[in-house]
Design a protein around this ligand. Structure first.
Ligand code: KG4
Ligand code: ZN
Length: 347
């Protein structure tokens, strides 16, 4: 079964063809990072316009690279939330139109859930076969941080989520204080090995046994300690900080911040592992591309850990198609005339 996956929830226009929920035949991603770097973050109106410009070429390229015609495609899966409204609309309207015109079943995918399915695209956990469940997933990206427990591919529950900033969002904001361009996660990942993680003592939120996350206090602590490090106080404007920091201070803060946030995330994952005893543990989302997070998780979880390659961790169409395959198997298609987008769609 071949499913076309379409993803436009934020700043990547992506389409992919995946066979049987596990074999990636093509995975085309048009990133808007260059456009948004200029503004230091994603500008929703600019993102939506850019999706309109490239969505059809991206889909055609996904078909061409997979050597596939419309006749060979068994269904279309599309992200309909959560995400930016204008961006989601371009993907869903395109998918709805194609489904109607080509008489294909349409499957509505939750972006947060789809991230976990990046792990169904690697040989070790191919297709998420029943023997892998229960499966525990830590999914962290620019917009969300969630702990999910899957009993089967389509039966899952949310154990915890971020009460304020998402992990990736905290990375992007701290990166800006260090004078690093958007997106900050990969740049902090590169800079952190040059610093000492014990120089800055940063707080971990105590949420009283819950599986939720909270990163906004950590982010404020970084700001206050950097203000102090440059000899200022709480009135020192954040835009003045990068130029007044030494390279060593930047490296030490990158290392300290990264260590604190990853220990928090891996700690919650480990607690859930102990409580629920899953057969498989995976990590997902853009932040899961981090080498250091993978090291810390591998140290904490006493199972053989497998990690998806970078291009499946950040936003892509293949993870959408992989979840779409399971929706197709279960016969969960939606009406292309009425499918709605939902920017705040919950798990
Ligand atoms: O999943 P994703 O591509 O998009 C959203 O759904 O938001 O995640 C993007 C986020 C950004 O905040 C980026 O800074 C972070 O993932 N990120 C990383 C790495 N690569 C991307 N964070 C840490 N280490 C990385 N290597
Ligand atoms: Zn995402």
């Amino acid at each position: 079964m071949k499913i076309l996956g379409i993803e436009t929830s934020c700043d990547e226009t992506a389409a992919a063809l995946v066979q049987d929920g596990r074999h990636v035949l093509s995975n085309v991603i048009a990133s808007q990072i260059d456009i948004h770097t200029e503004y230091g973050g994603v500008v929703p109106e600019v993102a939506a316009r850019s999706h309109i410009e490239v969505i059809l070429p991206v889909i055609h390229q996904a078909l061409d690279q997979a050597n596939t015609t419309w006749d060979d495609i068994d269904g279309i899966a599309v992200t309909h939330g959560p995400g930016l409204l204008g961006s989601l609309l371009i993907g869903t309207m395109t998918a709805r139109s194609i489904a109607l015109a080509r008489h294909k079943p349409l499957y509505a995918v939750n972006h947060v859930v789809a991230h976990t399915f990046a792990n169904a695209l690697i040989p070790q956990t191919a297709g998420f076969t029943p023997d892998l469940f229960p499966l525990l997933s830590l999914s962290a990206s620019g917009k969300h941080s969630d702990l999910l427990l899957f009993e089967s591919p389509l039966k899952y529950r949310l154990l915890g989520q971020s009460r304020d900033d998402a992990a990736g969002e905290a990375f992007d904001k701290v990166a800006r204080l260090l004078g690093l361009a958007y997106p900050g996660g990969p740049k902090i990942d590169q800079m952190a090995p040059l610093g000492n993680p014990n120089v800055f003592k940063l707080p971990k939120a105590n949420l009283g046994g819950s599986y939720d996350f909270s990163f906004s206090g950590l982010k404020t602590a970084v700001l206050r300690q950097l203000q102090a490090a440059v000899g200022g106080d709480f009135r020192t404007h954040s835009t003045e900080i990068p130029a007044r920091l030494t390279d060593q201070q930047k490296h030490d803060m990158a290392a300290s911040f990264q260590q604190t946030i990853y220990e928090t995330m891996a700690g919650q994952l480990h607690r859930a592992y102990v409580e629920f005893q899953p057969k498989t543990v995976v990590i997902a989302g853009g932040v899961a591309a981090s080498r250091r997070l993978r090291e810390i998780v591998s140290q904490q979880i006493p199972l053989e850990m497998n990690y998806a390659p970078m291009q499946y961790c950040t936003d892509n169409g293949a993870m959408v198609a992989a979840l779409g395959y399971h929706l197709a198997q279960a016969g969960h298609s939606v009406d292309p005339l009425t499918l709605k987008t939902n920017p705040s769609l919950e798990v």
